[in-house]
Design a protein around this ligand. Structure first.
Ligand code: HEM
Length: 440
C-alpha cells in the first residue's frame, strides 16, 4: 500500500492482539501498568481542555474508561489525531468494525449507544460513507452557503430586534436569547423542519450530549428525537419539497442502495444535532473570548484582524465538540511516528479539545491570541474524510452573529467572570450552558 507523506504505518504490528471493548476485557495494546482514568469531561471542576492536558501527561493516546465501561484510546496528540482521522485504519462504523458489538456480544448503553447506534454519514466507513455524505455535502457547498448569506443576515437582524425589546439594563442570557435561536432558525429553514417541532426536539437532543446521564434518560431523549424525525421522514417521503430533507429523500431513492426510513431519519438526526448545539457553542464561546479580552476585541472591531481569525482562535482554544464518539481500529497497526500500537477493533476517541492545546503546536496554548504567529488552524471541525461539511455554514453564522451583536451593542459585557460560567456536563459538548450579560 502506498501512503501519503506523514501517514506511515507498520501493518500487522499486533496481528494476534485480542479485541478491545467493554470492561473487564480491556484493550490489549495498553502497556502494562498504564493508568486507565475515567473520562469525565467538564464535570470534575475542570474543563475538557484541562482534562486533556492531564491526559497528555500519560502519552499520545492513553487508555480511558468511557460511560458503560467502554475502554478507549483517547488521542490527545494533534499529529496522531490527524494521521488517524485521515488514514484508512480507523473506522466510525461500529456495526462493521467493533467485533464484539458487531456480533452482539458487547452490550453498550447510554451515551455511547446513542452516538454509535445510528447509521448515517458520521457512523460509516469507505464507500458507504461516501454515499451517505454526498447529498449532505452537496447542500452545504461554499457556493450554496454564500447564497444563504442574506438569509443568515436577516435571521440575525430579527434576533437582534428581539433583544432590543428586552429592555436596556436587564441582565440577559446570551445563550438562550442570542446564540441559540440563530442556528435553530438556520437549520429549520435549511431542512424544512416545521418550527413547532424544534423546542421539543432541541430539549431531547441536548440529552444526547450529557455524558453523565443515566442510560434510561439517554434512552428517553433518543426516543423523543427519533419519534419527531420519523414524522418528518414520513411527510417528506410522501411529498419531497425543495429543501434538504427533500434532497436527502431524492438522493436516497436514486442511490444504488436506497436508504430505509430509519437510515433517512438517522441522517436527519446527524445534521440537526451536528449543526445546532455546535454552532450555539461556537457563537457563545467566541463572544466570551472577545468580551473578556478587550485588547483582542479592539483588534477585531477596528478591522486589523478578521472575525474569521478570531473564530479560528476561539475554536482552537475551546472547540464546541471536545470529542466525537467513536472510532475503531479496522486492523492491527502501529503509527510509526508516535510508536503507538492499536489492536484490531480497539475503540479510539480523538480528543479535539486536547489537540487544540498542544504546547508543541501552539505557543502558550491557553492564551487567546487572534494574531498567533503559528496560526490558529485546529481540529475543531475534524480532519480527513469525516471533516465537518457544515464548516462554511457554521462560520458564516458565527461571524455574522458575533459581528452584528458587537456592532449594535458596543457596550455589551459579561455579568460574571468567564470562570463563573456554567459548562455542559459532557466530554462531547464543550461550551457554556448560559452566559449572563448586559447589553448596554
Ligand atoms: C461551529 C460549528 C460546528 C463544529 C465545531 C462542527 C464540528 C464537527 C466535527 C468535529 C465533526 C466530526 C468530524 C470528524 O469526525 O472528523 C463534524 C461532523 C459533521 N458535521 Fe459539523 N460542526 C459544526 C457545524 C455543523 C453544521 C452547521 C452542520 C450542518 C448543518 C454540520 C454537519 C456535520 C455533519 C453532517 C457531520 C458528519 C460528516 C461526516 O461524518 O462525513 N456541522 N462536525
Amino acid at each position: 500500500m502506498t501512503l501519503a507523506p506523514g501517514h506511515e504505518w507498520i501493518e500487522g504490528a499486533h496481528e494476534a492482539a485480542p479485541v478491545g471493548g467493554v470492561l473487564p476485557a480491556g484493550p490489549p495494546s495498553a502497556p502494562p501498568g498504564r493508568g486507565c482514568p475515567h473520562l469525565r469531561g467538564a464535570t470534575a471542576g475542570e474543563s475538557n481542555g484541562q482534562e486533556g492536558r492531564r491526559l497528555r501527561a500519560l502519552g499520545a493516546a492513553p487508555v480511558v474508561e468511557l460511560p458503560g465501561g467502554v475502554r478507549a484510546r483517547v488521542v490527545v496528540d494533534p499529529g496522531l489525531a490527524e494521521r488517524l482521522s485521515a488514514g484508512p485504519h480507523v473506522s466510525r462504523d461500529a456495526a462493521r468494525h467493533w467485533p464484539g458489538y458487531r456480533e452482539g456480544a458487547l452490550s453498550v448503553d447510554g451515551v455511547i449507544a446513542a452516538w454509535i447506534g445510528t447509521h448515517n454519514a458520521l457512523n460509516s466507513y469507505g464507500e458507504d460513507h461516501r454515499q451517505l455524505r454526498a447529498p449532505i455535502a452537496a447542500a452545504l457547498t461554499r457556493r450554496r452557503v454564500e447564497a444563504m448569506a442574506p438569509e443568515i443576515e436577516s435571521i440575525v437582524q430579527d434576533v437582534l430586534d428581539g433583544l432590543d425589546g428586552l429592555g436596556a439594563r436587564e441582565d440577559i442570557d446570551l445563550v438562550q436569547s442570542y446564540a441559540l435561536p440563530i442556528p435553530h432558525e438556520v437549520i429549520t429553514r435549511l431542512l424544512g423542519v416545521p418550527a413547532r417541532h424544534l423546542p421539543a426536539f432541541s430539549a431531547a437532543a441536548a440529552g444526547l450530549f450529557d455524558t453523565t446521564a443515566a442510560p434510561e434518560d439517554v434512552g428517553r431523549s433518543m426516543g423523543t428525537v427519533l419519534a419527531i424525525l420519523d414524522q418528518l421522514v414520513a411527510i417528506a417521503r410522501e411529498r419531497p419539497e425543495d429543501n434538504l430533507i427533500g434532497d436527502l429523500v431524492r438522493a436516497a431513492d436514486t442511490s444504488e442502495s436506497p436508504l430505509s426510513d430509519a437510515e433517512l431519519r438517522d441522517q436527519l438526526m446527524l445534521i440537526i444535532i451536528a449543526g445546532t448545539e455546535t454552532t450555539v457553542h461556537a457563537i457563545g464561546t467566541l463572544l466570551v473570548h472577545l468580551l473578556s479580552h478587550p485588547d483582542q476585541r479592539a483588534l477585531v472591531m477596528s478591522g486589523q484582524v478578521s472575525m474569521h481569525a478570531a473564530l479560528a482562535e476561539s475554536l482552537r482554544l475551546r472547540p464546541p465538540i471536545a470529542a466525537v464518539p467513536l472510532r475503531f481500529a479496522v486492523r492491527p497497526f502501529e503509527d510509526a511516528r508516535s510508536g503507538e500500537h492499536f489492536g484490531e477493533g480497539e475503540p479510539v476517541l480523538i480528543h479535539l479539545a486536547a489537540a487544540g492545546l498542544d504546547p508543541e503546536r501552539y505557543a502558550e496554548p491557553e492564551r487567546f491570541d487572534v494574531q498567533r504567529a503559528e496560526g490558529s488552524r485546529s481540529l475543531a471541525f475534524g480532519y480527513g474524510p469525516h471533516v465537518c461539511p457544515g464548516a462554511a455554514l457554521a462560520t458564516s453564522e458565527v461571524v455574522t452573529a458575533v459581528t452584528r451583536l458587537l456592532e449594535r451593542y458596543p457596550d455589551v459585557r459579561l455579568a460574571v467572570t468567564p470562570e463563573q460560567l456554567q459548562e455542559p456536563s459532557s466530554w462531547i459538548s464543550n461550551g457554556y450552558t448560559s452566559i449572563p450579560g448586559h447589553l448596554t
